[in-house]
Write a new protein. Structure first.
Length: 366
């Protein structure tokens, strides 16, 4: 096919080659004027100077022309090439600028406009979960804790192994966790709790640790009134010399009365977590009935908030610490659950819905 074009070009003779070339250049220049995207530009470039273009075909055929014609056609070819490449360069600059401008316009965001602000006469409103998170951070900050963060995408080691969660533990099954569909060894997943942050805090290698880590966590739960597949937790970790269960109990008590008020008490009940020993569940006075017993607390007067315990020796070791010289406690609980209780929200699924009416309803509070 290319060979045929060369033959054609040869057959044209110098004068008609030069005419054809002039036509080619004019067409290319006109097309470049209209080009609006780098994709268009690439297409025009290919047709203008690509291996099957008239320009390329003519340059290849030069050596077959007789010397007198070769110099005339040769000059015309290099002239045409220069005009075309200059124009391609100019169009390239113009297209790049236009594309950048389009991208900037598309990504532009103006926080002073939009649905929430206009709906609220300019006052704005924070989501209940974000507000609770900030209040909790504040409570812990005043107790002397630092507020830290950890990644939402974790590897199995941080999320499970280092936390002493055995390989056959049901939590590790794919039907309970969101694994990422990327080739990685070991596999990556969305963290199923904020506890992997414990490992990251310990591995910073700085003691003592008094830290809380708020953040989003993910589990493959079917959404219902009390579960959503993405929710929020706060992890607390303390590691220091001589930390005991009494410190754990005292911290939980201090935090619950700071957050809910002095009329709310907390209690610990034996439980099991692979990463703490001993482990406990912690419960607070049911905010709905004030501890009298109601449907929400199944008549017990208490509502379970989260898990807690003394950091397991193996977890300290995985964190690079020596269990014979330091000890620690950890607890973790769901922020969404706390919000649900505090505001008496019957169905948790309204939280990720982002319906502005929920925000308007509660914007004046707290
Ligand atoms: N990570 C546990 C959970 O998500 C809670 C927990 C944290 C328990 C810290 C003990 C210590 O259920």
């Amino acid at each position: 096919m290319r060979r045929e074009r060369v033959m054609e070009a040869e057959g044209l003779g110098a004068a008609s080659s030069i005419d054809a070339l002039a036509g080619h250049v004019e067409r290319v220049l006109a097309e470049l004027e209209a080009v609006e995207s780098s994709l268009d530009l690439a297409r025009v470039r290919e047709a203008a100077i690509g291996p099957t273009s008239l320009l390329a075909t003519l340059s290849r055929s030069l050596r077959d022309l007789d010397p007198s014609q070769r110099s005339i056609v040769g000059r015309a070819v290099s002239d045409a090439r220069r005009r075309v490449t200059d124009a391609l360069e100019r169009a390239g600059r113009r297209v790049r600028e236009a594309e950048l401008e389009r991208q900037l316009q598309a990504e532009r965001s103006d926080p002073t406009t939009g649905l929430v602000r206009s709906a609220l006469d300019g006052t704005g409103a924070r989501h209940l979960v974000a507000r609770a998170r900030m209040e909790l951070e504040d409570v812990f900050w005043r107790l002397g804790f630092e507020v830290a963060t950890g990644p939402e995408v974790e590897d199995e080691w941080h999320n499970f192994e280092a936390l002493n969660v055995a390989e056959f533990h049901p939590a590790r099954a794919a039907q309970d966790s969101f694994y990422l569909d990327v080739p990685a060894s070991p596999p990556l997943l969305l963290r199923t709790h904020t506890s992997p942050a414990q490992i990251r805090l310990m591995r910073r290698g700085r003691l003592p640790i008094y830290a809380v880590v708020p953040g989003r966590v993910y589990r493959r739960d079917t959404p219902d009134a009390r579960h959503t597949p993405a929710f929020h937790q706060i992890e607390a970790l303390v590691v220091d010399e001589g930390i005991s269960f009494a410190h754990l109990k005292g911290t939980i008590e201090a935090f619950t009365s700071a957050y809910f008020g002095p009329h709310i008490a907390s209690r610990l009940r034996p439980a099991y977590f692979p990463f703490t020993e001993p482990s406990a569940e912690f419960e607070v006075t049911c905010t709905i009935c004030g501890g009298q017993g109601c449907r929400t607390c199944s008549g017990t007067g208490w509502i379970e908030l989260g898990g807690a315990g003394m950091v397991h020796e193996r977890v300290l070791e995985a964190g690079g610490l020596d269990p014979t010289s330091v000890s620690g406690f950890a607890f973790g609980f769901g922020i969404d659950r706390l919000v649900q209780m505090r505001y008496g929200i019957a169905d948790m699924r309204i939280l990720p819905d982002n319906d502005v009416r929920l925000l308007w309803q509660t914007r004046g509070e707290a």
